[in-house]
Design a protein around this ligand. Structure first.
Ligand SMILES: CCCCC/C=C/C(=O)SCCNC(=O)CCNC(=O)[C@H](O)C(C)(C)COP(=O)(O)OP(=O)(O)OC[C@H]1O[C@@H](n2cnc3c(N)ncnc32)[C@H](O)[C@@H]1OP(=O)(O)O
Ligand SMILES: Cc1cc2nc3c(=O)[nH]c(=O)nc-3n(C[C@H](O)[C@H](O)[C@H](O)COP(=O)(O)OP(=O)(O)OC[C@H]3O[C@@H](n4cnc5c(N)ncnc54)[C@H](O)[C@@H]3O)c2cc1C
Length: 658
């Protein structure tokens, strides 16, 4: 305990200043803490026995907490905005089993419903007169949205759609909130009218009675069963047997079906029906920041408290965080988590800007938003999931205990590599955009690519390179990414030249395409980090805070160059003989950050209640907390400390004549 207090005292970081920066100001932080304290002091949210509950107990407790939050806490605290709702859900912890209602069902109505439809459905949803989910994925299709089989066949006589699951594989499978609680769903289905298949459109379908919650006629519905994690979420299945819905349950902001069955195409893009997925993808980079910053708070604090091995006679055992390997592991991850923070801010800003342009039917930014949100979602969720596992391993045996908090963080984060679009599939979408832009650059010398793809026209290795220079770092990335995009594009065109059709040529280059998308997205992240710490808000920070952010930026940028040095060397961006210099710069920056490590994670401002970790307590009193935690273990509570299995089995073994 003294060690962590001493480190805090010795740190020169202006922790509060960084907290206010990360959360958008003092007022936001104080409001967040007000909401946190309300939850922490409410017995409904007690987590003492959390780790010892069964799957069904966890689910029931989660639903109870969700309903309590909506009916009691939100009104009492007058919680309105997205930030406040998010503060509430993040401090409650666990999966919020009703979350798809606000996270996907309502945004889809807002984004794709006509004004009349919004007027009809949003008040019902806002007041929880209905509970919605987003039922897109089927047993046979998740990635291939255009291949979804559920049909919505228009009947002009009754002016209704017939929603049907024609095959076993068309049964909706995975949607959250569906298995137990949802009364309605957004159902993407094949719109068929006048005998023609118009492709996937979004429909609102009632699933359960608002009187007694039983399934509506023609609906077979339930929970898909235990998963890798996510025990508190009722991911479900949903089968339609010719279920009838009114014509105006087709969301008709962009396309319509007239009473006689005439189909009116979208004036802009059919891809606007994918808008909710783009929204969630843009938000998942912020989610990745939160999950990884929690894991780092636990790992860094524990690595300061934990000592292992006396390395000099008469001296105390060494703090884990004073082992250079441990510093390298965790401080490079600290740099990564700030990299994810900055790019998540930029991605959300790009989403907001694109949405406001779309409201004026200006589609200009949509391709860049799709490509960027796809790549950033893929890389940030990859980095966060891998980073949390790295933090767990860095905490030894205790990291593997549920009491560490890591298993929950990992189980909650790792599905984000799959949902809202499998990461490989999304990186291929980013690659498709890059190859297209490259083609435009090649065919039209007057065309200037978007700022984040500027390497297609600007990539030059600087003379007299200085690896601490942000501009020089960016130049190295530009050379590397351009080479990756060229390599992928060349592979595709080579396939076409030997007679492969477009799919085979594209598929043959898939590895190079994913690689160029990864490289591009890392460049975007490094550029975002460098540009954001050069903005006025950071320039007005205390000099030491600016210095530490610059160190983290250098580590984030150079560590990827070191790890992917083959790509940079192959691109002529760096020479093998320069790798040692890069290692030295990284190591020196890590040493600069080491004294500020505890304050950097304190700046994330997570109460112990949120971390749910005996290792990550702010006071560092790890061993007391560990001993306290094990007292709640039911396995230790049998009469005379003898578990029933002894009498049932073990005693026979011990007494057997063998
Ligand atoms: C709070 C979190 C809770 C999490 C709960 C989880 C919920 C879910 O998981 S919901 C289900 C999520 N499912 C997916 O994300 C499915 C992933 N698949 C897709 O998004 C699409 O199938 C696709 C993008 C992989 C392919 O779509 P497709 O229609 O086949 O398009 P093409 O690849 O043929 O490209 C054509 C053209 O369209 C552009 N485009 C594709 N998607 C979008 C988009 N979302 N926005 C804008 N533009 C898009 C694409 O770039 C192509 O453009 P061009 O190159 O100019 O032709
Ligand atoms: C916890 C969780 C919650 C979810 N919640 C929801 C929800 O609320 N609503 C909802 O509708 N869905 C939900 N999903 C489903 C999720 O959106 C899908 O699982 C996801 O889109 C991936 O599709 P898939 O499972 O069919 O995988 P597949 O598409 O079968 O992918 C499997 C593998 O094949 C590869 N692959 C597939 N297609 C291609 C391609 N074209 N090119 C190259 N490689 C390819 C992928 O890279 C991947 O490695 C959820 C899933 C999970 C795990």
């Amino acid at each position: 305990m003294e060690t962590i207090a001493a480190e805090r005292k010795a740190s020169k970081l202006a922790t509060k200043e960084l907290t206010y920066f990360l959360y958008g100001g003092e007022e936001m932080v104080l409001r967040k803490r007000e909401i946190e304290n309300a939850v922490i002091s409410d017995p409904t949210y007690d987590i003492t026995k959390y780790h010892y509950l069964t799957r069904e107990e966890l689910f029931e407790q989660a639903v109870k907490k969700s309903v309590h939050s909506i009916t009691k806490l939100m009104p009492e605290l007058d919680i309105l905005g997205v930030f406040e709702r998010h503060s509430l859900t993040s401090v409650i912890g666990g999966e919020n089993p009703l979350s798809l209602h606000t996270d996907m069902f309502m945004p889809t109505i807002t984004g794709q419903g006509s004004d009349e439809q919004q007027e009809k459905w949003l008040p019902l949803a806002t007041n929880y007169k209905i509970i919605g989910c987003y039922a897109q994925t089927e047993m046979g299709h998740g990635t291939y949205v255009r291949g979804l089989e559920t049909t919505a066949t228009y009947d002009p006589v009754k002016q209704e759609f017939d929603i049907h699951s024609p095959t076993l594989t068309s049964i909706k499978w995975w949607p959250g909130t569906l298995g137990v609680n949802a009364t309605h769903a957004i159902v993407p289905a094949r719109l068929i009218t006048k005998g023609e298949d118009k492709g996937i459109h979004n429909f609102i379908v009632q699933l359960r009675s608002l009187d007694n919650h039983t399934a509506m006629k023609g609906i077979t519905i339930g929970d898909i069963g235990p998963k890798f994690g996510y025990a508190e979420m009722d991911n479900g299945f949903l089968k339609f047997e010719h279920v009838r819905i009114p014509r105006d349950n087709l969301l008709m902001r962009f396309s319509q079906v007239l009473p006689d069955g005439t189909y009116v195409r979208p004036k802009t893009s059919s891809k606007l029906s994918y808008g909710t997925m783009v929204l969630i993808r843009a938000g998942l980079s912020k989610f990745s920041f939160e999950m990884l910053s929690r894991a780092l708070t636990i790992a860094i604090r524990y690595s300061i408290v934990r000592r292992q091995t006396q390395n000099r006679p008469g001296e105390a055992e060494t703090q884990l965080l004073d082992y250079v390997n441990q510093q390298h592991t965790l401080i490079t991850l600290l740099a990564t988590v700030f990299g994810i923070y900055f790019v998540s801010q930029d991605t959300i800003q790009l989403y907001v800007k694109t949405q406001s342009q779309l409201n004026e039917e200006n589609m200009e930014l949509l391709p860049e938003l799709h490509a960027s949100s796809s790549g950033v979602k893929a890389i940030s969720t990859n980095l966060a999931s891998q980073g949390i596992e790295t933090c767990r391993i860095a905490c030894g045996g205790h990291g593997y205990s549920l009491s560490s908090g890591f298993p929950f963080l990992y189980q909650s984060t790792t599905p984000s590599m799959t949902y809202e679009g499998d990461n490989n599939v999304l990186l291929l979408q980013t690659a498709r955009y890059l190859i297209k832009i490259r083609k435009e650059v090649q065919e039209d010398p007057s065309y200037s690519p978007p700022d984040n793809v500027n390497y297609l026209t600007e990539a030059v290795r600087p003379r007299n390179i200085n690896f601490r220079s942000p501009q020089h770092q960016l130049a190295l990335y530009q050379c590397m990414v351009r080479a990756c995009v060229d390599r992928a594009a060349t592979k595709v065109s080579q396939g076409e030249k030997i007679g492969l059709d477009y799919f085979d040529a594209w598929n043959a280059a898939a590895v190079e395409l994913i690689q160029c998308a990864e490289a591009h997205t890392h460049y975007v992240m490094v550029k975002s980090f460098i540009e954001n710490i050069d903005k006025e808000e950071v320039r007005n920070m205390s000099p030491y805070n600016q210095f530490i952010l610059k160190c983290l930026s250098d580590i984030f940028s150079l560590n990827y160059i070191l790890n992917k040095s083959g790509l940079f060397i192959e691109a002529g961006a760096i020479y093998g003989r320069e790798l040692n210099e890069i290692r030295e710069v990284i190591q020196s920056q890590i040493l600069e950050v080491r004294p500020a490590a505890v304050s950097l994670v304190d700046a994330f401002d997570y109460p112990d209640f949120v971390l749910r970790s005996v290792l990550g307590r702010k006071d560092g009193d790890v061993y007391t907390a560990m001993w306290e935690w094990v007292q709640h273990n039911p396995r230790n509570k049998h009469k005379n400390g003898v578990h029933p299995v002894y009498k049932k089995y073990t005693r026979k073994l011990l007494r057997a004549k063998m």
